[in-house]
Design a protein around this ligand. Structure first.
Ligand code: NAD
Length: 461
């Protein structure tokens, strides 16, 4: 199936040689390549929209706002800030080393493998690629085979316009990725499920390759009694049903205070109706494949859908659905949902909610809707999660000043903006000694007098 004129082994060797030649290093070259990528995307925007529409009927509006605009922003930011990000940083020197200078250099990690997920096919593959180019690395990009039209288009565009030594798309599924993972990369950046994240981490360990794992999980949204209910529901509905819930940081489930639970459900019903989610309206998408459609439809078996619940198998569409009242024992609470189904669990005490979230694997995102600063502080300090928002959901990803990544089961490392540059860089620490003088204290013979001096000096540092 994949159309590849270079083998995986030849691509890897080519990138190793290209990187070793130093061609990726100059900041001017990195900026030129980033600019070229932006121009390539701009020139092919319509084709990018068509391909992702062919994959799962995602609209031009959503593709621009959730994928293309983010890529342009990442490129522009990298071009403007690259010089300062890449600059060698002077740091202080301790007395023991006097006279000397100390500094930290930013060294590109080298030949990188970037593996993407299908749900935001352009953003999830190319945002790490932008970070890799910025840091002076080369990269092989492996898009998800599940979004096959987007994957084929990225392969066509990148492989026609970039030197394969710098950037190369290798299409394929499990067998191609398995082969790629056997190679001694200098960096692996993976976006996808926890299950495959484990496979990637194990393979990387064999060659001691540093990894960034951008994984998933069950991200909670907690709706307190004192929230602004209308605003909460408006933002929550948008965040949950964007991309039909196929978003790694979509609110996976809701915990709502018992005193406002009924009002919350009624407001959700109204808001979902008002939004009229449909593919024709351009604010809804298909479930990516039949496998996921079947998986999601099983989550609805024996559950009470207070809103929605119908499935159009032929069209691969599931109506925006709210399961209420739900519980931690329900089927939908046993795995990451990754679809337009929202279990709503009622709570009484926030302390119990915090304990319940903390008992589960650490989520990629968490959201608290409250008007009280004390509640906000309590939640943010007590619950461990990758990142999130107060009184909103998903939108934290739009701010590239916020490093994006998980913790524990939801991932290792972070990227976006400067965090992306750092993710593909090694901080090389250098002590630069003067040859003018040398304190002889560390050399033999080790006398009590020398030890006294060492104690005095170390107190000073
Ligand atoms: P996935 O793990 O099935 O696939 C991701 C990539 O791994 C694909 O490129 C695929 O070809 C490859 N792959 C699949 N099986 C493999 C195997 N056995 N060996 C080697 N490679 C394999 O994930 P997906 O279905 O594409 O995406 C959904 C998951 O990704 C969800 O869990 C979601 O939360 C997560 N996700 C995370 C982020 C994030 O930024 N943290 C973003 C998007 C999606």
């Amino acid at each position: 199936m994949p159309n590849q004129d270079l083998t995986i082994a030849a691509t890897f060797e080519g990138q190793k040689n290209f990187f070793a030649s130093g061609k990726t290093l100059a900041l001017t070259v990195r900026k030129t390549q980033l600019k070229k990528l932006k121009e390539l995307l701009q020139a092919n925007e319509e084709r990018l929209y068509e391909a992702v529409y062919a994959d799962f009927c995602k609209s031009k509006f959503d593709t621009y706002t959730t994928e293309i605009a983010i890529l342009y922003q990442e490129i522009d930011e990298a071009i403007s800030h690259l010089s300062s990000w890449a600059k060698t940083q002077k740091v202080s020197t301790n007395w023991v080393n006097f006279p000397a200078k100390s500094f930290v250099m930013k060294e590109p990690l080298g030949v990188s493998l970037i593996i993407g997920a299908w749900n935001y096919p352009y953003q999830l593959l190319l945002a790490p690629a932008i970070a890799a180019i910025s840091a002076g690395c080369s990269a092989v990009l492996k898009p998800s085979e599940q979004a096959s039209a987007s994957s084929a288009l990225m392969a066509e565009l990148i492989n026609q316009h970039f030197d394969p030594g710098l950037l190369r798309v290798i299409e394929g599924g499990i067998s191609e990725t398995t082969e790629l993972l056997t190679l001694p990369w200098n960096k692996i950046f993976f976006t996808g499920s926890v299950r495959v994240g484990r496979i990637v981490y194990e393979a990387a360990a064999k060659n001691l390759v540093p990894v960034t794992l951008e994984l998933g999980g069950k991200s909670p949204a907690v709706i307190t009694e004192d929230c602004n209910l209308n605003m909460t529901v408006k933002r929550l509905v948008w965040a949950k049903y964007l991309n039909a819930g196929q978003t790694c940081i979509a609110p996976d489930y809701v915990m709502v205070h018992q005193n406002i639970a009924e009002d919350f459900i009624n407001a959700m019903r109204k808001e979902i109706k008002k939004e009229s989610f449909s593919i024709e309206n351009g604010n809804y998408v298909q479930i990516i494949n039949n496998h996921n459609l079947t998986r999601l439809s099983r989550l609805l078996e024996n559950e009470h859908a207070a809103i929605g619940g119908s499935i159009d198998e032929k069209a691969r569409v599931i109506e925006p659905t709210v399961l209420y009242p739900s519980s931690f024992q329900s089927k939908a609470m046993q795995e990451e949902i990754f679809g337009p189904i929202l279990p709503v669990i009622v709570y009484d005490q926030l302390e119990t909610v915090v304990d319940q979230i903390n008992e589960a694997p650490k989520p990629l995102a968490a959201y608290i809707f409250t008007s009280k600063a004390t509640t906000q502080d309590y939640f943010l300090t007590k619950v461990s999660f990758g990142g999130g928002a107060v009184n909103d959901a998903i939108m934290h990803i739009s701010n590239s000043a916020l490093p994006f990544g998980g913790i524990g089961n939801s991932g290792i490392g972070a990227y976006r903006g400067k965090a992306g540059f750092d993710c593909f860089s090694h901080a090389k620490s250098i002590l630069q000694k003067s040859t003018l003088i040398e304190l002889n204290l560390k050399y033999y013979p080790h006398t009590p007098g020398k030890l006294n001096w060492i104690r005095r000096i170390l107190k000073m540092s």
